[in-house]
Design a protein around this ligand. Structure first.
Ligand code: ZN
Length: 340
């Protein structure tokens, strides 16, 4: 019970990419870059294992950004036609590629990364892929001009990819959908439908991660406008409880999410964010334990997975390492209390 995991990303070493930066440029190129990515994956796995994290990821060391790493290998997405648009309902500006033709997966995207990570850890391995709605919200579209249709096209290619990754030994396939906290009407209209298409026929566990975003200024400012109680989850959790996904990863640490909303996810594994990624302050194990205890009235301990609020890629490495250790140690405190 209380098995620990992380949302997905970890900081990259400075010899791989510019530290503490989203969309950080790579520090190397060609074969040297490929080798450095693999080295960084080894370190990411080792740091999670040393800290005592139970379900590990590759730290997303091989991709520049959690959405665009996937899109770079999809035909129909033109990276030479980048435009700056407002994303997440215009919360912040991002330079995104343009959909100019039919969406098609031309070959394996993350297979080599999964094969490498799988070969270098004996722990259960989670792999993250952007969810269809979040992909659609992170590019410009001049071809389909219909968000639902485009999302279902991406769901189809995600599904092709996910089947290969599961066959290579991924234990948990997680779809990242921060957009689910922004477009709640679309979640009901086609968001869950797109997730279902993305996970169709998969034998591994499936998860969706829904957060309030990285700890960057635009997100911190946005959160300040959301009022005393953040109730976005109240609309999506009942839909997810009825869905075919196994796990829901959400944000709790230092958030204004009323914890009773977690009871709306009955029957699902709940990855509870007990580590804040929007601050450099490293939690103490006791602080982590306190958030886990607050969630326990609403989620059974067998179903509760202590996790980070979101990806840790924008943090300093030393900070992220401290947070990993606090996460595992905090879960251990509560585990001891429950087992006496
Ligand atoms: Zn997140």
């Amino acid at each position: 019970m209380l098995r620990t995991t992380i949302a997905g990303s970890l900081p990259k070493p400075s010899w791989l990419a510019k530290p503490e930066t989203l969309w950080a440029p790579w520090s190397l190129a060609g074969a040297a870059l490929e080798e450095a990515k693999r080295d960084a994956v080894l370190l990411a796995l080792r740091e999670q294992e040393d800290a005592g994290i139970d379900i590990v990821t590759d730290g997303e060391q091989s991709r520049q950004h959690f959405v665009h790493g996937f899109l770079e290998r999809i035909a129909g997405v033109d990276f030479s036609r980048r435009v700056t648009i407002g994303i997440r309902a215009d919360r912040y500006k991002a330079e995104v590629p343009t959909v100019t033709g039919a969406i098609k997966r031309t070959g394996p995207i993350h297979a080599d990364e999964v094969r490498f990570a799988r070969a270098h850890t004996t722990k259960p391995l989670k792999f993250t892929i952007p969810g269809p709605m979040t992909i659609v919200d992170t590019l410009a579209d001049e071809h389909y001009r219909d968000r639902r249709r485009l999302a279902l096209e991406f769901a189809r290619v995600i599904n092709e990819e996910a089947h290969e990754l599961a066959a290579l030994g991924v234990d948990v396939l997680q779809l990242d959908e921060p957009a689910f906290n922004v477009y709640m009407d679309d979640v009901a209209a086609w968001g869950i439908e797109a997730l279902h298409r993305a996970i169709e026929g998969l034998r591994c566990r499936t998860a969706v991660h829904i957060c309030y975003g990285y700890g960057i200024k635009a997100n911190v400012d946005w959160k300040a406008t959301l009022g005393g109680e953040w109730r976005q989850y109240e609309r999506t959790f009942p839909l997810l409880a009825k869905s075919r996904l196994d796990q829901v990863s959400l944000e709790c640490a230092n958030s204004r999410v009323p914890l009773e909303l977690l009871s709306l996810l009955r029957g699902k594994d709940v990855l509870v964010g007990v580590v804040d990624v929007a601050t450099d302050v490293v939690e103490t194990p006791e602080q982590v334990a306190a958030v886990i205890r607050k969630a326990l009235p609403f989620v059974r301990p067998e179903r509760l997975y202590p996790c980070t609020n979101c990806g840790m890629v924008p943090l300093a490495r030393e900070v992220a390492r401290g947070k990993l250790r606090a996460l595992a140690a905090g879960a251990a405190i509560v585990r001891r209390e429950l087992t006496g």
